[in-house]
Design a protein around this ligand. Structure first.
Ligand code: BGC
Length: 349
């Protein structure tokens, strides 16, 4: 079957190949892939910086953000032909560690987890796949193609859940949020912040393109330029750029008892001078929390579906800035300033 593949650790090896994959197990749900979203992780994998193929394969099928339609479901699986579904990305490690054993594979302690389209498992940029029913999240038909946003939304739903844990450590309630980066992750994080009734600000460098209006239409405030264009100390910051110099600045810019969540996977290799004493002093004397957040488990996928159902469909539709046929995957991998989320169309219709 046709699949979008890379040779891991080989730059610019992305190609559509006709792969002879294992037949789909009758006990699994058979799913036809409709759409695959492209994110920064895919671009990194294509650059050769990230990603591992499944054991015994030279290639890795890309695609961890996806929307599919059930073709065949075993009886008692809870699914039926025609259902829209999103497959979850990460599988628990085989040991399993304590969180993985409890279904919290996003908090895996030994790093032996696998991830579809990223680490040791083929992704969903292929015509069909089979997975056990417990790996699928149902998507309400009313969401339609917007279901392709479930996976990136699950990542921010997890970040928000952990922010809420930290916010619960004292009696005061956070009111202001700064999101750095108005890409899909930043915009979806801002969307959930607005849904929580918080005052949301989004910072990005661009002044044109779709981002300023997307932020304004959420009911949030857009700031362009550097962090100094944000004239207040936020209670919560969600950093979504992964850009080193900004990360350091952000750590020094929360109000007292501030919470900073880092979500961007940055490239290593850049060094800038820092004063660790001043950084530590600021964090300690203000009870700041700084934490990283990655991936999501089933409860975050379910929270993501609920957040998308509660959101304005027309606004969500504007996040999908381009749909590209599989044959033109190269166009999808090269983002333009007009892009927010680019999706690759896998099913032919
Ligand atoms: C995915 C996560 C994954 C992470 C690290 C992200 O792009 O959305 O599910 O855990 O990459 O591989």
């Amino acid at each position: 079957m046709k699949a979008l593949t890379v040779r891991p650790e080989t730059a610019d090896s992305a190609a559509v190949l006709d792969l002879d994959l294992d037949p789909i197990d009758a006990a699994d749900v058979e799913v036809e892939t409709l759409l695959v979203g492209i994110c920064g992780t895919d671009v990194e994998i294509v650059s050769g910086a990230y990603g591992t193929a499944p054991e015994g394969s030279d290639v890795l099928v890309l695609g961890h953000e996806s929307l599919g339609r059930v073709v065949r479901a075993p009886e008692g699986s809870g699914f039926a032909a025609g259902d829209l579904v999103v497959p979850m990305v990460r599988w628990p490690d085989p040991v399993p560690c304590q969180p993985c054993a409890a279904g919290e594979w996003d908090m895996c302690r030994n790093g032996l987890y696998t991830e579809h389209g990223i680490a040791g498992r083929h992704g969903f940029a292929r015509e069909r796949y089979g997975v056990p029913a417990h790996r699928l999240v149902p998507v309400p038909a009313a969401l339609g193609d917007l279901g392709v946003l479930v996976e990136p939304t699950s990542v921010v739903a997890k970040a928000w859940q952990h922010i809420d844990y930290f916010a619960g450590r004292a009696t005061w309630t956070p009111r202001t949020v700064l999101v750095t980066g108005a890409g899909p992750i930043g915009l979806l994080a801002a969307m959930i912040g607005v849904q929580k009734g918080l005052e949301v600000h989004v910072l990005d460098t661009v002044t044109d393109g779709p981002k300023p209006a997307l932020v304004a239409d959420l009911g949030a405030t857009y700031h362009s330029g550097g962090l100094d264009s944000v004239a207040f100390m936020p209670d919560i910051t969600i950093e979504c750029t992964g850009y080193g110099p900004l990360i350091l600045e952000v750590l020094g810019k929360t109000g007292r008892d501030g919470i900073t969540c880092l979500t961007g996977v940055s490239t290593a290799g850049r060094s800038i001078p820092i004063d660790p004493g001043a950084l530590n002093r600021g964090i300690v004397l203000e009870n700041d929390v700084v934490f990283g957040s990655v991936n999501a488990n089933r409860k975050h996928y379910e929270a993501a579906v609920a957040a998308l159902v509660a959101a304005d469909r027309a606004w969500l539709g504007r996040l999908i800035s381009r749909r590209v046929p599989l044959a033109d995957f190269n166009d999808a991998l090269h983002r333009t300033p007009e892009d927010v989320k680019v999706v690759v169309q896998i099913a032919s219709e």
